[in-house]
Design a protein. Structure first.
Length: 431
């Protein structure tokens, strides 16, 4: 394991000139970047041009961040529909498809372009702020299968810092433990619940997590991180864990620094908190929907509604970074719910139902047990199944095929699911 000065992990910046910009300079910087991407997207992105034309706007009408509220918000559901009509990217792409290296597929399905020269700073800034340093050996346990996060974002960001990456993906906990031990891995990237699974497996194998393993820093995302779970993992491994927040569409929108004082907004994004009903921006300290604008020319999403609820603060952070911060993610505007790091949409519930004509009603219930998400499809059948166990297995296979994660099919008596009930009911509670 590379020798590190412990104090080095708690100070410094990946891009000091950007991360410590005075307020007025940051405003001017973002306004300049905004004008550039609006002009570029209007010229090169069919969907964005149509969006501005629909409200009789031209690029010259968008000069500052305050002008963004003139532009309609694009919701994830809008993106799915536009992609169906104009595959693969709904016309939002800003370059010819021949210049795109990969096409990633997220649940929905939603297609995201993978550019040749990935240069998004947000995740890398977040890793550095969490204590990752050049020469660290990092295990990347996010899924490399179809979705963009592990390969396009985390892997490339680790490379930007100068870390050595072991691309394990998710699963195979015993093998992961052996890799951690044998290669003296000192940095972890993944979901907090999977790190807990690794801890449990290592203890089951008779290992002392502090003496036999070398983990010192962790970068977690894609799930909520209760403070009780963070403390538990940090104590078990003797490591520091910091979280980040973003979406596959617009990437990193916030990251914790070592001070654990909210999530700093990266310098390559504009993040607004808006009233979910009106789309009008709300001031600091008020809860609303997170709406993001990215300066990515390959996929210039401008005013993209994430569906997540948060609060913005502009109070100074002791770490020296001057960007506004998201206090924490506080829930969802719509019924789409993140389970085990992946979004589950109401349309996917319908898709499972359509595969099985025996189903009368269906509701997904998301719960949490022992710090891990559980997903149950509560199902009312039209009539009693002659082979209920066989039907249960078939439905659970459909759940895996459609949502990409495991879920339990549970048959319930008729009348259990009330009329007008949510298709997805999130019963998890967070600190």
């Amino acid at each position: 394991m590379p020798k590190q000065d412990p104090t080095d992990r708690t100070s410094g910046y990946l891009k000091k000139n950007l991360e410590t910009m005075p307020h007025q300079k940051r405003v001017e910087y973002l306004n300049q970047k905004l004008r550039g991407i609006v002009q570029y997207a209007y010229k090169n992105s069919v969907a964005f041009r149509n969006k501005l034309d629909s409200v009789s706007l031209k690029p010259k009408d968008i000069q500052t961040v305050q002008d963004l509220e003139k532009i309609p918000i694009t919701k994830k559901a809008d993106l799915i529909e536009l992609q169906k009509k104009n595959p693969p990217f709904g016309g939002f792409e800003g370059v010819p498809i021949t210049e795109i290296r990969r096409i990633f597929i997220s649940p929905g399905p939603i297609y995201e372009p993978g550019e040749n020269d990935y240069n998004d700073l947000g995740w890398a800034q977040g890793m550095y702020a969490a204590g990752f340093r050049a020469g660290d050996i990092a295990i990347n346990t996010f899924s490399y299968h179809m979705v963009p996060f592990a390969l396009q974002m985390v892997d490339n960001s680790l490379h930007m810092i100068g870390c050595i990456t072991i691309p394990t993906g998710v699963g195979n906990t015993e093998q992961q433990v052996n890799i951690l031990k044998n290669l003296k891995v000192n940095a972890f990237c993944g979901t907090p619940s999977f790190l807990l699974s690794i801890a449990e497996k290592a203890e089951e194998m008779g290992l002392d997590l502090r003496k036999d393993l070398c983990l010192r820093v962790g970068f977690v995302a894609a799930e909520m991180l209760p403070e009780s779970l963070r403390s538990k993992l940090e104590e078990k491994f003797g490591m520091t864990i910091r979280q980040s927040y973003g979406t596959a569409d617009v990437r990193c929108l916030g990251y914790e620094c070592i001070r654990k004082n909210g999530m700093h907004i990266p310098d390559d994004k504009i993040v607004e908190i808006v009233d979910p009903e009106t789309g009008k921006p709300l001031g600091p300290g008020r809860m609303g929907e997170v709406v993001a604008t990215t300066f990515n020319k390959v996929y210039p999403l401008i005013r993209f509604g994430t569906g997540d609820l948060s609060i913005l603060t502009e109070t100074p952070c002791p770490c020296g970074r001057t960007s506004p911060r998201l206090i924490k993610i506080m829930g969802r505007v719509d019924q789409a719910t993140k389970v085990k790091g992946l979004f589950i949409h109401p349309g996917q519930v319908d898709e499972v139902v359509l595969k099985h004509p025996q189903i009368e009603k269906c509701q997904v219930v998301v719960t949490r047990r022992a710090e891990k998400d559980e997903m149950t499809f509560r199902i009312e059948l039209k009539e009693e199944a002659p082979q209920p166990e066989k039907l249960k297995e078939e439905i659970e296979k459909s759940i895996r095929d459609v949502t990409k994660i495991r879920g339990e099919a549970r048959f319930v008596p008729k009348g259990t699911i009330r009329e007008g009930a949510k298709k997805i009911e999130d019963q998890r509670t967070w600190e």
